[in-house]
Structure formats: structure tokens, C-alpha cells
Design a protein around this ligand. Sequence first.
Ligand code: SF4
Ligand code: SF4
Length: 342
Amino acid sequence: MSMPTKKAGDKIEICDLIRQAGIVGAGGAGFPAHVKLSGKADVVIANGVECEPLLETDRHLLLREADRVIIGLKASMKAVGAESGVIAVKRKHSDIIRLLEGLLQNTDKIKIFELDNFYPAGDEHVLLYETTGRVVPMGGIPLNVGAVVSNVHTLALIADSLEGKSFTHRYVTVTGEVNRPAVAKVPIGISIRDAIEGIAGGACSDRFSVIVGGPAMGKLENDLDKPVVKTTGGIIVLPGNHKLVEMKTQSLETAFKRARSVCCQCNFCTEMCPRFLLGHKLQPHKMMRLLPVTDGNIDHGSVYSAALCSECGLCGYYSCTMGLSPNLVNGFLKDVMGRNKI
Ligand code: SF4
Ligand code: SF4
């Protein structure tokens, strides 16, 4: 009679504890952590690079719970059978690097990887390439190239789950036009309004807008009674007439009309697209050129490459000299494709 190996038992046990604790990717993706760890990989990368500007959530978590992150990373390595781990942080965060160096001096299986300060350093495809040189295939996931990428907050929660603790609290940055920008660990379920008032002393004026998430990938939220959820890493308060608010409230119809009339096909959006730079067949300038032909019609096969877009927003908020929004167009096409099960 063959007995189950200890390793298999460990994997099942770890994944089960994580599932029971209700842990999903706390970096914003919200993917169930136990599913991510159900495959096999040779490296696990802890994503602590704090992708979006303004947010300080990962940094504060690492300063307070770096030891928990390492426990979660080791458990994740065990679950997927990985021999090595990497903790990726930005070079500018020398305080975190010193802290981690102290905690990791007795292990050679986990390395610290320092990244420059660029966006979107935290996109898992970009991070994986920077740390290992591996390129995730188009439409694929890191497991396809033997890797798992997990946010540092998720890893700290995994450490909690091994002690039977559920995912009930998380770190949130509240910043922007508030009286006291701050990061705090709050119960899941408190309202956005209470988070703004309780953590940051309230908004500086009566007329403000709120972005939940980071400035680039976050979404505008009008209902401040909505709760902080497991994926809420940031709450940004901005004046109602801020350029970012204007861009995020732009209707698709307007985005389409502006693209048709002023896109000069300069190609900057494609040249700076992080997924294009990784070799993926995503060329936002071509999507803008196709608009008059397709009119948002997903039967036109060429629009399928929009599915490769991470919606990082770089093309719309930074690259385009004409103030156009290829990211919005791609997001729309992805949404339509999703609803049509393409
Ligand atoms: S950067 Fe702007 S103007 Fe240039 S091709 Fe892209 S969408 Fe068109
Ligand atoms: S949002 Fe723009 S820059 Fe970012 S991946 Fe999509 S097309 Fe590329």
C-alpha cells in the first residue's frame, strides 16, 4: 500500500487552510490564492513593488509585517514545489531592503530583487520579466513559465491562514485631497466614507471625487457607502474638476469620436505599451486606426488583440500626445468580448 508523500500532504493542507481563510489576491486582482498555488512552479515572486503612484500600502505592510511575508512566501514555495523565492521591491525603498536583508541572512533560497522606480513595475508580466527574464506567453499566466507571482499582502495573509486566521482586515492607503494622508489596517466592510474620515481626517473640501485603487487603474466611485473590500488597496480623494476625474468620466462615445477625429497614428501608445514591449501582439495605435472600420464591432477579428491589454492606462494617461484613451477603447472591447464569451 502506498502512503501519500509528505510533500503532497503539505500542499493540500496549505491550499486548504488558504481556501478556508478566504484569501484572494490582495494586490487588486482578487484571484483565489489557493487556486494560484494549486499548480507547479520553480520560483515564487513576492510582488512588493507598489505599482501605482501615490499608494504606500505594500511599503507599510512590509515595514510592519515583513516576517509574515517571508512565512507566506516559504509556504507558497512549498505548495508549488519551488526551490527559490524572490522578494521584489523598488530600489528607492532602502528601509525595506535593509529590513529584509536582516531577516533573510540565514536563507539562500530567497533573494531580494531591486527594481527601478517605473510604472507598471507591478504588472506580473513585467515583474516576471524583470526578475527572471521569462516572458509569459500571449494570453497566458506566469504558471505557463514555471512561476507564481503573489502580492506581499497576500503572502502575509497566507501566513495568518496557517494559524487559522481568516482574511478580515487589510491595509489601505487614503490619500489626495484629505487632511491627513495615511495608511491603516482596517476591517473589511467599513464604508469608503468611514475610511476617508477615520484614517485621513476627511476630505479637504466638500466637492470631491473618489478613485478606489490607484490613479491609473483605479475606478471612480460615487457611492461612498460602498464597503472597503478584500482588493481595496487605495482610496484617492481628488477635486471634482481634476484632469484624471475628467478622463475617467469620459464616455465611450466621446472616446471613439475623439479617436476617429484626432488620432495621428504617431505610434507612441504602442512604443510605450509594456505588453507590446514584451513581444505581445498588442498595438493600441492599430486599434485606434480600426475604430472607424469596426465601430466597436467585435466580429472584426483584428480587435481580439485587445484581450492582451492589462489596462495599465499608460497609453491614455501618459503616452498619447493628443489626450486620447486607447486604454478605454481596449477596456470596452475586452468587456464586450467577455460578455460574448470570446
Ligand atoms: S499615441 Fe495617441 S495619437 Fe498617437 S497613435 Fe496612439 S492614440 Fe493615436
Ligand atoms: S492600457 Fe495601453 S499601454 Fe497598457 S497594456 Fe493596454 S494598450 Fe498597452
